[in-house]
Design a protein around this ligand. Structure first.
Ligand code: TA6
Length: 278
């Protein structure tokens, strides 16, 4: 485990073991690279992103916290503020070939304009031949606090036209403000802009890509977001090439809508996503 600095100034931690290679930026505690040794990378980043300090990296796993999407206050940043803040690396543990990294975010006075609550937030990575990421909230205040959040994971798929995502039967979803729609089929394929917020979603989904099957399992989450911007939105997205939609999909472990979390004083909650090649 080493620390380093990107040409544009962003600091990062690099992990290089017999089981995987990974890179995690201090800004947003955002992992942008994870590759199990001998297998293909499990995360996608846009080549259009130039790693400028102050904006989230377009790929890997942006942390959407302490709200997902737009805030009721339109002046507040989309997907919260955690992904543009510099987190601290609190601990590194190596056990055989598994590396555990814990990042924490100290809320500043500026942050309190967005979030005036006494909430401790930690991001824990477990890196082996699979990737687990846990977003842990602890309420240190003396009143209940509610928040929404997501681990906004970007997955690499060599061709969106050949992607099948499975594990969705029994759920319902809201899309473009309409719904909820029942999700009848277990699998979803992509033929247009897709931006679905699923609830009542089972823990496990799979992305059947031309390069193999990526398995995604959530803990303490009944909601997830499935997103591909398709042609028109790709033109409007920052740090995104117009043809990037062909090679990526987001499947985001979340606590949103009726799955938002409410923490009583001294209560903790941990949202986890486990990612690996089948
Ligand atoms: O998770 C899907 C989504 O909410 C899309 O609607 C799109 O806005 C995407 O997140 C990216 O948001 P960002 O703020 O990272 O550009």
């Amino acid at each position: 485990v080493t620390t380093n600095k990107h040409a544009n100034g962003l600091e990062y931690v690099e992990v290089n073991t017999d089981l995987c290679k990974a890179r995690i930026f201090m800004q947003g505690a955002q992992i942008d690279y994870f590759e199990p040794v001998g297998k293909k990378p499990l995360l996608w980043v846009s080549s259009a992103d130039d790693y400028q300090p102050g904006s989230g990296i377009r790929g890997g796993i942006p942390v959407c916290w302490p709200w997902f999407g737009m805030n009721d206050n339109p002046d507040f940043p989309q997907h919260g503020f955690a992904r543009t803040r510099v987190w601290s690396l609190e601990s590194v543990k190596m056990r055989e070939q598994q590396v555990d990294l814990k990042f924490t975010l100290k809320l500043s006075d500026e942050d309190r304009q967005y979030w005036p609550h006494d909430t401790e937030v930690e991001l824990l990575f477990t890196l082996s031949d699979t990737l687990s990421v846990s977003l842990k909230n602890t309420n240190h205040g003396d009143y209940d606090v509610s928040l929404t959040q997501a681990l906004h994971t970007y997955f690499p798929i060599s061709n969106i036209h050949q992607l099948k995502a499975t594990g969705f039967s029994g759920a319902k979803y809201i899309e473009f403000g309409k719904g909820p729609h029942p999700q009848e089929d277990d699998s979803v394929s992509f033929t247009r802009e897709t931006d679905r917020v699923y609830t009542d979603l089972s823990e496990c989904q799979a992305l059947h890509t031309p390069d193999g099957i990526i398995e995604v399992r959530r803990e303490n989450s009944k909601s997830a977001v499935l997103w591909n911007p398709w042609v028109e939105k790709s033109e409007r997205l920052s740090r995104f090439n117009s043809d990037d939609y062909l090679t990526m999909v987001c499947l985001e472990a979340a606590n949103v809508l009726e799955d938002k979390i409410t923490l009583a004083p001294n209560e903790s909650h941990t949202l986890t996503t486990h990612i690996g090649w089948k």
